[in-house]
Structures are given as structure tokens and as C-alpha cells.
Design a protein around this ligand. Structure first.
Ligand SMILES: Nc1ncnc2c1ncn2[C@@H]1O[C@H](COP(=O)(O)OP(=O)(O)OP(=O)(O)O)[C@@H](O)[C@H]1O
Length: 267
């Protein structure tokens, strides 16, 4: 069903209105995310970031326009089946409290009827990927983990069945700065090694600058800019983008040299 040239995700003139709201949550949004990108979605609270990603896995449906995943209109797909193909990580992790770490990670592979040996090997591999020793952590319950460890399990659970697309909604929002930095490094490592498309919502300009291959800035439901971190820092397209970068120390009045923090070391 997918074609070699289709974007991983495409929005074609998408508008989403919630009942009773004065203005649309997303307003005529058109853009294409190419396979393998790590897109960070930035903007102030209420700007439409979460709405944008929930339209991809059909937690919301558009009022106007179309959302395509791998070239197929998601409206034509069964939402449950679609969500199994798209990893989804949220701040509250959504781990099942009555299941062990291993059982949580094994959830979707089990639904997909993977055999026992393949599931066990995958759980092991994924725990190691995020530096959790399977011997120590596989049989623990979520309540027996720190916040950062829970977030690591939430991340690899979403990766378990090899989705081609990962949606992450402020996954590290409630984590201390040091743990957050190492989670970001692990995410970069996973992204580089996987070829998957990641779409990552954050409030944090520094996080977006560090992680993204492209940054999508939305405000009041409209796309302000969709560009590489360097391009964003060098040439903010709107006063909103300029202000957003300035408030977090990334304003580049004379181009990228004026914003050294924005350089993508190691990407
Ligand atoms: N289920 C809903 N019903 C009604 N209005 C909603 C619903 N979900 C979101 N909205 C409204 O749509 C707008 C965009 O919300 P959205 O959650 O996408 O913003 P956001 O940029 O992710 O914000 P935050 O950073 O605070 O999470 C807001 O005005 C919000 O109040």
C-alpha cells in the first residue's frame, strides 16, 4: 500500500475545530514529513501541537482536509489497526500498572501473535537498548521504577512491534534535566539506528534544536515555520518564531553564528 516516494506523513489543507471553540485548533495545515525525519513540534501551550499528532493516529479526525500516512488517507484505515502500526509515547507513559515491564513491552507483539521466543528476544533487546538490565527490570511493575525508567519502558514499548512512525507527545516533560539529557541521547541513538520517522512534541526549544532534523512551529493552529534547526535559527520566518527562539536564548539576529547553542552537534 505504500509507495517508495510517499511522505511518511502528509497533511493536505487540514482543519480541526473542537465544538464550542472560538478558533480552530488547527487551521488549514499542509505539510509533508519525509521518511526518516525526526520532526520536533514546537509552540506555546494550546497552539495545536497535540492536536497535530492525534490527527495522525486518528485519536482525532479532521473537519476538513486529509491526513495521509505512507500515502494512504488515514480516514480509510481502521483506527485500531492504524494505531498498532504507529508508536505513541506520552508523558504519563500509559504503562499498565498490573503488568510487569516485560509484559508491558510484549503487549502489541502478543496481539500480533508473535511467537514466545521472538517476543522474549525482543523484550530483552529493547531493555538493553535503553540501558535497563533485563535480569533486574523485566519482572518489575511500573510502580517499582523511577520516572526516567518508566519513560524508557514507555519508549521501547512503543517501538516493540517495529512501527515505521513514532509519535511522542512531551515524553520527557516531567523528568529532571540530567535524566532528560540521557533520554534525549538514547532517543537520538534509536532514531539514527532505525530509519523510522519520529514526530516529537515539546515546549523546549533546546530539546528541539538538539533532536530535530526539522522543526515545525505552530501557533494558534497555524504553521509558522517548518524548517531545519539551523534554518530556523538563521532565518525565523515570523515574529512568533523569532520571539519563541528569543525567549529561550536561541535568537540569531545576524544568522546562525549568533546562535551557537543551535548547532546540531553530533547529528
Ligand atoms: N478534546 C478537546 N475538546 C475541545 N477543545 C480541545 C480539545 N483538545 C484540544 N482542544 C483545544 O484545541 C486547542 C489546541 O490544543 P492542543 O492540545 O493541540 O495544544 P498544544 O499545543 O498541544 O498545547 P499544550 O502544549 O498545552 O499541550 C486548545 O485551544 C485546546 O483547548
Amino acid at each position: 500500500m505504500q509507495t517508495a516516494t510517499a511522505p511518511a506523513v502528509e497533511f493536505i489543507d487540514v482543519t480541526k475545530r473542537f465544538p464550542g471553540a472560538a478558533a480552530p485548533a488547527l487551521d488549514h495545515v499542509s505539510l509533508a514529513v519525509e521518511p526518516g525525519e525526526l520532526v520536533c513540534v514546537l509552540g506555546t501551550s494550546g497552539g495545536g501541537k497535540t492536536t497535530f499528532i492525534k490527527l495522525i493516529n486518528r485519536l482525532h479526525d479532521p473537519d476538513e482536509g486529509r491526513v495521509l500516512v505512507d500515502g494512504v488517507n488515514v480516514a480509510e484505515l481502521d483506527p485500531v489497526e492504524l494505531r498498532r502500526r504507529i508508536g505513541y509515547v506520552i508523558q504519563q507513559t500509559g504503562l499498565f500498572p498490573h503488568m510487569t515491564v516485560a509484559q508491558n513491552i510484549a503487549c502489541v507483539p502478543k496481539i500480533l501473535k508473535w511467537d514466545r521466543g521472538r517476543i522474549d528476544a525482543r523484550v530483552d533487546e529493547l531493555l538493553r537498548l535503553v540501558h535497563l538490565d533485563p535480569a533486574e527490570f523485566a519482572d518489575r511493575y511500573p510502580a517499582q521504577l523511577s520516572g526516567g525508567q518508566q519513560q524508557r519502558v514507555g519508549l521501547v514499548r512503543a517501538l516493540a512491534a517495529e512501527p515505521r512512525i513514532m509519535l511522542l507527545d512531551e515524553p520527557f516533560g516531567a523528568i529532571d534535566a540530567l535524566t532528560r539529557a540521557s533520554l534525549q541521547d538514547e532517543l537520538l541513538h534509536i532514531h539514527r539506528g532505525s530509519g523510522k520517522t519520529f514526530i516529537f512534541v515539546t515546549h523546549d526549544v533546546a530539546e528541539a534544536m538538539k533532536l530535530a532534523t526539522k522543526i515545525l512551529v505552530v501557533d494558534a493552529g497555524r504553521v509558522q515555520q517548518f524548517a531545519s534547526p539551523d534554518e530556523l535559527a538563521a532565518r525565523p520566518a515570523t515574529p512568533f518564531v523569532r520571539e519563541l527562539l528569543a525567549t529561550q536564548g536561541f535568537l540569531a539576529p545576524t544568522g546562525r553564528d549568533a546562535a551557537p547553542k543551535a548547532s546540531q552537534e553530533g547529528r
